[in-house]
Design a protein. Structure first.
Length: 220
């Protein structure tokens, strides 16, 4: 009777955690490379400066930036012609009436961040293909990445995302990543499964010939 094959895969928590951390790090690293230069070139400079600048971590971690919602509030001072901007209980900017921020959010900034997120999702396809490799785990890692970002952005902004545009970008990026990464991983497994090493076949034939020869010698 042939021995049963062990179909249970070994669960390695250290490997699993390292893959999750690597995926999250690479995703944010890709965003940090794309977002600041594009915002510096295409976004409206005055409102961008009041939001902390193109290199502000909130451009990636705050869901309101993608949704096109203000994250700071302006307060006019007692002296006429001056205004102050507060964020998180701290005064981050002030200026004359002619140079002050009018409170309007630049819509281009949200589109740039959304585009960068979709590009980062495209890069995640390569990261999943390289780090995860197995097709049945692609969905789990993609959803874990999205869940971690939702937790982090909710904590950073102190509010749960309520923007339909934000959720649309999140869902579309995840669907695209999972679909493409699974296809590439399945194609690789199929190509690897069809390739049969000839050395192993030759060794099996040699063993069979030896067993057959020993049986003939016993009969003689």
């Amino acid at each position: 009777m042939a021995p049963r094959r062990n179909t249970n895969t070994n669960w390695d928590p250290i490997l699993l955690i390292s893959q999750i951390v690597s995926m999250q790090t690479l995703h944010y690293l890709t965003l940090s490379v794309l977002v600041p230069p594009l915002l510096a070139v295409f976004a409206e400079p005055t409102s961008l400066a009041y939001e902390g600048g193109a290199a502000n971590v909130g451009m990636i971690m705050d869901w309101r930036e993608m949704a096109g919602r203000p994250t700071v509030r302006g307060i006019h001072g007692a002296r006429e012609g001056y205004s102050w901007v507060w964020s998180g209980g701290k005064k981050i900017g002030y200026g004359l009436q002619e140079d002050r921020w009018d409170g309007r959010v630049d819509p281009v900034r949200g589109w740039i961040i959304a585009l960068c997120w979709l590009v980062a999702c495209s890069a995640d396809i390569f990261y999943l293909y390289t780090l995860v490799r197995r097709p049945r785990l692609i969905l789990d890692f993609a959803l874990t990445l999205l869940l971690n970002h939702l937790v982090l952005t909710s904590y950073y902004s102190a509010s749960i995302p309520t923007s339909g545009f934000f959720w649309l970008i999140m869902i579309a990026g995840s669907i695209f990543t999972v679909t493409m990464a699974e296809q590439f991983c399945v194609k690789r497994e199929m190509s690897e499964g069809l390739s049969v090493p000839p050395v192993q076949v030759a060794e099996d034939e040699a063993v069979e010939e030896m067993e057959l020869g020993s049986l003939l010698q016993r009969r003689d």
